[in-house]
Ligand binder design. Structure first.
Ligand SMILES: [Zn+2]
Length: 344
């Protein structure tokens, strides 16, 4: 038998709690609706989506797929936001490809675009992981996450009251050599372009320290560190950044696997930073995915799959629930997002 065919079934006799609906209303602060990540919901009847969100108890949904061109942003604003303004908000983005032609004028141009996006109806800025990994300036130099030239963009976001959802780097193991010790070996095998082995890519901590200095340098801009502050493997590090930066928040999207395999540390982290954590799934709107998140946050179920797939995709381990209190749940499910997204 090949190791990849191994399907050990746990013989533990423990409880399985089914949580169909979250205990409190939910804001999904990190998700997608576009073609690439969200399944192209702009090409399906909107009612289908609203019914699904109703069933899951999701009262508000952040679609990060506005992109930067007029076309995608406007399509999403028209299709979701205009039809159900209380239900959706759409985040825009930065078109890094314009740096080459605009040269030194690029940062101001990008800040101006952000303003125009806001005027069109965008309510936040999504920064995707190419910043720090792939984005290059007009001289072909890799741009650091905390490159001072980009200040006009972050300052404009702060001025406009647009939160910046930022994802830099990726799981730590993606930066390690791809060998028999790599805990994400199977995942990288399925997605070879997710390997950022350093060198040639910058070391993981260089990128994360860049995020730290970026957030510190712009205290009047609100940043949300995607995927547990981009470093779910090290909650102490994320906590230190939250301690230091009152303008910094995190979301939990796509990281049940990391949080749930360190359940004692994660539970303490949720209690300590209960005012700074936003709910999100990053899975496109899927009922079973929501239910898995609710089970993880609400129950003390032990040793379960953190994905809805047969074999968990981020690594072959299982997780334990965090059984958070009602007070913490209310904040994580929606209270914090309400404040950060200015939903009041
Ligand atoms: Zn995402």
């Amino acid at each position: 038998m090949l190791l990849e065919n191994f399907r050990p079934q746990s013989k533990l006799v423990t409880k399985t709690t089914r949580v169909d609906r979250a205990k409190f209303p939910v804001i999904d602060a990190h998700n997608h609706l576009g073609e690439a990540f969200g399944g192209g919901w702009d090409k399906r009847p909107l009612n289908e989506l609203i019914d699904l969100l109703d069933e899951a108890g999701v009262v508000h949904y952040v679609d990060l797929d506005g992109g930067w061109g007029e076309d995608i942003l406007h399509t999403h604003l028209k299709y979701f936001k205009e039809k159900a303004p209380e239900r959706f908000r759409i985040f825009g983005g930065v078109d890094w490809s314009k740096w080459e032609s605009l040269g030194n004028g690029f940062p101001d141009w990008a800040a101006g675009r952000l303003k125009a996006q806001k005027e069109s109806g965008a309510q936040g800025l999504k920064i995707w992981k190419p910043l720090g990994l792939h984005v290059r300036d007009h001289k072909g130099q890799l741009v650091k996450v905390d490159d001072a030239r980009l200040s006009p963009i972050w300052e404009m976001a702060g001025e406009l009251g647009m939160p910046v959802m930022i994802h830099v780097a990726d799981p730590v193991a993606f930066f390690d050599p791809i060998d028999e010790t790599n805990e994400r070996w199977e995942e990288i095998g399925r997605n070879p372009d997710w390997a950022f082995t350093s060198p040639p890519f910058p070391p993981f901590m260089d990128i994360l320290n860049g995020l730290g200095s970026l957030v510190r340098r712009h205290p009047s801009t609100t940043f949300i560190g995607a995927h547990v502050g981009c470093y779910a493997e090290n909650l102490a590090w994320v906590g230190a950044m939250l301690d230091e930066c009152p303008n910094y928040y995190i979301d939990i999207s796509a990281r049940l696997g990391e949080l749930g395999r360190q359940p004692y540390t994660a539970r303490k982290f949720f209690i300590q930073y209960q005012d700074r954590i936003l709910f999100g799934t990053d899975s496109s709107p899927r009922l079973e995915e929501y239910r898995l998140h609710y089970r993880f946050l609400e129950t003390d179920d032990e040793y379960f799959n953190y994905n809805t797939t047969d074999v968990p995709v981020q690594g072959r381990w299982y997780v334990c629930g965090l059984y958070l209190t009602d007070e913490v749940l209310k904040k994580v499910y929606s209270g914090n997002a309400r404040r950060v997204l200015r939903l009041e």
